[in-house]
Design a protein around this ligand. Structure first.
Ligand code: PBG
Length: 324
């Protein structure tokens, strides 16, 4: 008798395929990135990310409300400040753009979980993620600035802070600073394995955070390295990270899998701007089916082991899932 095994038996109908499906995609696993900018009534389209906008505070609140109504539980905020300086002081300003957005979101959409990205590159005039001296990004002097940023965001009401700078020791510095301020219940989602990836290009256009000299290879990870990701994650957990992130997502499915298997904490993966833009561009040309590729890419990231997925498709994917 040939063949004895017929895997196709379990694929014959949609109902059976659903019954044996190993990975479920759910809107409750999505985190929606939102860019906040100064002004009122601003919905400024991001050229390289069709369908994404720089939103003024009240528009961002409306966006958060819409996301929540579609079942997306959380947003992560990125700020585009009115002006940038050498230290990135807009990052920790009491009336900073992200701080204002957090207050508005928590007031208008109390059920929405608000995460803030902790980094300086959107706020520095040189576009790097830390203090600069003689063309070098200084590690230790940057830590105090990051800690200050995290405190101001948490004080404004952020439910969780997410450091994305890749300085050594920043999770410990942020944890200690939060605890000293009595913010012991604010979790840290660490961008633990963050690669120096070319897939962040569209984000830098969106946030105006392209480095004015050099690149980020002296602090973000070399995409050729996998063992090093395990080391980065282990260190961040020792320092007090509550959840960890791998970024980017599709180019790092192997890293997501290895991290998932080695550590007992929730793992997030960031489907970054370049991943979003590639899918959008190919779909615009009719080269791929937009809806199917969105769902397949997100399923792949979840299958690799991510519990949570940061994605610019969050609202759209949630609608698609709702439509069945
Ligand atoms: C800030 C930060 C970046 C992204 C998230 N946080 C940019 C960078 O590191 O250059 C990229 C996100 C994306 O591409 O969608 N450091």
């Amino acid at each position: 008798m040939f063949p004895v095994e017929r895997p196709r038996r379990l694929r014959r109908s949609e109902v059976l395929r659903r019954m044996v499906r190993e990975t479920e995609l759910s809107a409750s696993d999505f985190i929606y990135p939102v860019f906040v900018c100064p002004g009122r009534g601003v919905r400024d389209p991001i050229q390289a990310m069709p369908g994404c906008f720089r939103l003024s505070v009240e528009e961002a609140a409306a966006e958060g409300e819409e996301a929540l109504s579609l079942g997306v539980p959380a947003v992560i905020l990125f700020g585009i400040p009115p002006h940038k300086d050498a230290e990135g002081s807009g990052a920790w300003a009491e009336d900073g753009i992200v701080q204002e957005a957090v207050r508005a979101l928590k007031r208008q959409v109390p059920g929405l979980f608000v995460i803030t990205d902790v980094c300086l590159c959107e706020y520095t005039d040189h576009g790097h993620c830390g203090k600069i001296d003689k063309g070098e990004v200084l590690n230790d002097p940057t830590l105090a600035l990051l800690a200050r940023t995290a405190i101001s965001q948490a004080r404004a009401g952020a439910d969780m802070v997410a450091p994305s700078d890749m300085m050594d020791g920043r999770v410990a510095a942020i944890r200690r600073a939060l605890d000293e301020q009595g913010l012991t219940q604010t979790p840290i989602l660490s961008y633990a394995a963050k690669y120096a990836s070319a897939f962040y290009g569209p984000f830098r256009e969106a946030a105006g955070s392209t480095p004015q000299f050099g690149d980020r290879k002296a602090y973000q990870m070399d995409p050729a390295n996998a063992r090093e990701a395990m080391r980065e994650v282990a260190l961040d957990l020792q320092e007090g990270a509550d959840l960890i992130m791998v970024k980017p997502a599709l180019p790092c499915l192997d890293i997501i899998r290895r991290v998932r298997e080695a550590f007992q904490v929730p793992v997030a993966a960031y489907q970054v701007s370049g991943e979003y833009s590639m899918i959008s561009a190919a779909a615009e040309r009719g080269w791929v089916d937009r809806k199917l590729v969105i769902l397949e890419s997100l399923t792949a990231i979840r299958r690799a082991g991510a519990d949570l997925v940061l994605t610019y498709f969050a609202k759209e994917a949630a609608s698609l899932l709702k439509a069945g």
